[in-house]
Ligand binder design. Structure first.
Ligand code: AHM
Ligand code: MG
Length: 336
């Protein structure tokens, strides 16, 4: 057994030392998040036997049926964060309105999260995940909505957990991106992928993969249609891109960071802003990809520059190799 390993807690504590004025609140907050994620991981693992599959009988803010696991994961995130005394207000995919922490328990952070992403994959045992984004309450902010509606440029940190063949917590801070794998025998996240970087396209070990729900091709705009066509039918001797689509954004983006490629959830005729929600899906994932050396865009600019206007607002999203995201933006200039 490894006796000298770095856990997520010791990693965050070490980072804190770099900022002498730091209060330690972010360390406590991340500890609360990691506890919520460990509990979600345990629930995901025993979902079948504990009868956590299926619908819970209620709907979430966007009208989707809620699954039992979604409800449980949401309660875990909210309760762990509340009892950390570090959070002022939260926004969750599963709550229509903001969740304000009781005043005696309030702290200075704002957390937006999707407690269980990829919920259509729960019942068939395919990888799902959790996503979170952490901001500080702006000094001048007077109301809760103002605290929450911040751009990705002001993020303090963001992360996701993948509940796959193993459970990994990927945490992006100003310092970079680090991956921690859950060792279930001791219940700790151990640093297994320090300083995660997307491979450069064409570099040894990198892959050329595009990831999109191809079934909506009929409803795509011209720029997305042209881009995807160019990946399937490249000019000259260039080989086409491969295609992978899990349908859980966490899994698709995790693979994109590890192997390389592009992830796309564009606008469609029926959904001009796409499907992916800005505050707790697009912004944190874009922050992580950019910190890992990739790029993000809504077709025009970095996702981190977009100003969220409502809690559950959406945007088209393109993530991955810098050069590919540039190509997509050029196509959007050509076909606005
Ligand atoms: P969810 O939060 O309700 O699970 O929806 C978000 C998910 C993403 O994880 C994934 O990229 C996308 O929905 C898949 O949508 P589609 O089935 O339309 O391709
Ligand atoms: Mg989601």
């Amino acid at each position: 057994m490894e006796t000298d390993c770095v856990t997520v807690t010791s990693y965050v504590l070490e980072q804190r030392k770099k900022y002498p004025g730091a209060t330690g609140d972010l360390t406590i907050l991340l500890n609360a998040l990691s506890t919520a994620i460990k509990a979600c991981a345990a629930a995901v693992r025993k979902a079948g036997i504990a009868k956590l599959f299926g619908l819970a009988g209620s709907s979430n803010s966007t009208g989707d049926d809620q699954k039992k696991l979604d409800v449980l994961a949401n309660e875990l995130f909210i309760n762990m964060l509340k009892s950390s005394y570090t959070v002022k207000v939260m926004a969750s995919e599963e709550n229509e309105n903001l969740v304000e922490v009781e005043i005696p328990k309030q702290g200075k952070y704002v957390v937006c999260f999707d407690p269980l992403d990829g919920s259509s994959n729960i019942d068939c045992l395919v990888t799902i995940g959790s996503i979170f984004a952490v901001w500080k309450k702006p000094d001048h902010a007077t109301d809760l909505m103002e605290c929450v509606l911040q751009t990705g440029e002001h993020l303090r940190c963001a992360g996701y957990a993948v509940y796959g063949s193993a459970c990994m917590l990927v945490l992006a801070t100003r310092e970079g991106v680090n991956g921690f794998t859950l060792d279930p025998s001791i219940g700790e996240f151990i640093l297994t992928s320090p300083n995660m970087r997307m491979p450069e396209m064409g570099a040894k070990g990198s892959q050329k993969i595009y990831s999109i729900n191809e079934g909506y091709a009929k409803y795509w705009d011209k720029a997305t249609t042209e881009y995807v066509h160019s990946k399937k039918f490249p000019e000259g001797k260039e080989k086409p891109f491969g295609n992978r689509y899990v349908g859980s954004m966490v899994a698709d983006v995790h693979r994109t960071i590890l192997y390389g490629g592009v992830f796309l959830y564009p606008a469609t005729k029926d959904a001009p802003d796409g499907k992916i929600r800005l505050l707790y899906e697009s912004i944190p994932m874009a922050y992580i990809v950019e910190k890992a050396g990739g790029a993000s865009s809504d077709g025009q600019q970095s996702i981190l520059k977009l100003q969220p206007k409502e809690i559950h607002g959406r945007s088209p999203i393109f993530l991955g190799y810098k050069g590919e995201i540039e190509k997509i933006e050029k196509l959007y200039q050509q076909y606005p």
